[in-house]
Design a protein around this ligand. Structure first.
Ligand SMILES: [Zn+2]
Length: 503
């Protein structure tokens, strides 16, 4: 058996003004071509790693096309997207000219990719492959938990397998699951059929951590569904509200063996269960000061604050200043800001050198919503070119880059200043500059939940805070133009009279 492997992965925010170009995909080896896909991703905890593992186990031959990923960010220009998609399809043509038709295709996708002029980027990739493959050959895709799934994807794909974890630690496992489904399909053991139920629901990020209530129950029930007779796989997607596209929001997908009615009934039933409990997936805003007070009341350190409105992992610029300003106003010591994206400040630190003091206007340069820059004097404690190796539970075995970086200290507050917007969810970001997170009393991160995998074991308490930034989690503040459905908790209001808990 020969199975082609490829993918373009991007989580696109339509609310930021910058564009995610081909150069952004090429940055830090974000595009792997041909054999490089196998060499780079074999044994890693990403879906492509899982694809390779399952194909190898069954003696199937992988036909690597192209795998491209970039940091979450703004819209992808149409020509840049077309270049990647065309190359992927050309590589498929070349492989088939050389070795005959492939038996099926596995795609590693994200689910919230938006291209200029193409609202459903992932659906466009799937439809292009379906057209090339014809109606029979299996086409299976893996997706992030944060996909905005569409009917077009369900029509094009044989099966869809989404992550079950947030922080995302099951990518290789989901890749193996997709690999098993395609092998069993090709052996004639199963005939997967897919159905979707879209929910008019925006899910609060702090209510999505899959190993904690209330989300743990969602995943438990999902796994119960997967054990039902005739069900091959089930996926819940919490959606990505910062993509203004027609079909934005949460969804449930079920894959049944031969029985489309069963797939649809299963998706409908689980979606109804989620919808009835919609207030459980909502969390109201918490200010930085409120979170610090709650942390002090809990009395355990470090107090970890997730500045989720400036989560670079969601496409935010990473230079919002409210959390740092609050730390400085409160005169905190043993405090760490991980991080501030500010290339001017990083360069100023490098120009001055370790042990020197620099005058800075720090952060707040990308957009007025990110808050004004902070005028300060900072000591340069350490400098780095920004290269590091991930050693936390997510992405273990991969290398990362913060770009030109510096450890700056303003009073008792340490700031990791970086140039690249790689999401700071691993302690290696701080460690690579010589900072031990365990010695801190206060840590603020520009991440929404992924940091939990690495930081939960050392955290005294964790609080998602709502500081001013472009990716606000107060969805009533976002202005949508393309979204077609009224959603909870925006137009479909939160009823205060409801007997269900709000907190
Ligand atoms: Zn995600």
């Amino acid at each position: 058996m020969r199975i082609a492997i490829g993918g373009i992965l991007h989580e696109t925010s339509t609310f930021v003004e910058t564009r995610t170009t081909l150069d952004d995909f090429e940055y830090d080896r974000g595009i792997a071509r041909g054999r490089e896909v196998i060499e780079r991703f074999r044994g890693t905890n990403v879906c492509t790693g899982g694809f390779l593992e399952s194909l190898e186990r069954h003696g199937a031959q992988p036909v690597p096309l192209l795998r491209a990923s970039a940091f979450p960010g703004g819209l992808i220009p149409a020509g840049d997207y077309a270049a990647m998609k065309d190359e992927m399809l050309e590589r498929l043509d070349a492989a088939e000219r050389e070795g005959g038709p492939v038996d099926g295709v596995l795609l590693d996708l994200h689910g919230a990719m938006v291209v200029e002029g193409i609202d459903d980027g992932d659906g466009d990739v799937l439809a292009a492959f379906r057209e090339r493959l014809g109606p029979v050959r299996p086409l299976i895709a893996t997706f992030d938990l944060h996909g905005n799934h569409t009917r077009r994807r369900i029509a094009a794909a044989t099966a869809i397998v989404g992550f079950d974890t947030f922080p995302h630690v099951d990518m290789a496992e989901r890749g193996r699951e997709a690999g098993e489904i395609i092998i069993r399909t090709l052996r004639g053991e199963i005939r997967p059929v897919a159905a979707i139920h879209q929910l008019p629901l925006f899910w609060s990020t702090p209510r999505q951590a899959t190993s904690h209530p209330p989300m743990d129950e969602v995943i438990r029930r999902l796994h119960e569904l997967e054990r039902r007779r005739g069900i091959i796989s089930a996926t819940v997607s919490t959606g990505f509200p910062w993509s203004d596209v027609p079909e934005v929001g949460a969804s449930v997908i079920a894959i049944a063996d031969s029985d489309r009615g069963l797939a649809q009934r299963t998706a409908d039933e689980f979606a109804a269960w989620i919808w009835e409990r919609r207030r459980r997936w909502y969390q109201g805003p918490v200010s930085v000061r409120e979170a610090l007070e709650a942390g002090h009341r809990a009395g355990r350190f470090p107090i970890v604050l997730a500045d989720h409105a400036d989560n670079t992992g969601g496409g935010s610029p990473g230079d919002s200043t409210e959390v740092l300003r609050t730390f400085l106003e409160l005169g905190l010591s043993d405090a760490l800001l991980l991080y501030m994206v500010d290339h001017e400040a990083a360069r100023a630190g490098h120009a001055a050198g370790v042990g020197r003091t620099v005058r800075l206007s720090l952060g707040g340069k990308s957009h007025p919503v990110q808050g004004p820059p902070i005028d300060c004097e900072a000591e340069v404690v350490a400098l780095s070119t920004g290269e590091f190796a991930y050693d936390g539970p997510m992405w273990a075995g991969l290398t990362g880059s913060m770009g030109l970086s510096a450890w700056l200290k303003i009073g008792g507050v340490s700031v990791v200043v970086v140039t690249a917007r790689e999401q700071p969810f691993d302690m290696a970001f701080a460690r690579s500059l010589g900072i031990d997170c365990r010695t801190m009393k206060y840590i603020a991160l520009k991440s929404a939940a992924h940091f939990r995998a690495a930081f939960e074991p050392i955290a005294g308490s964790i609080h998602n805070v709502d500081a001013a930034a472009i990716h606000t989690h107060d969805f009533t503040k976002l202005v949508y133009r393309k979204r077609i459905r009224p959603v909870f908790p925006v137009e479909i209001a939160f009823s205060r009279d409801s007997p269900e808990e709000r907190g």
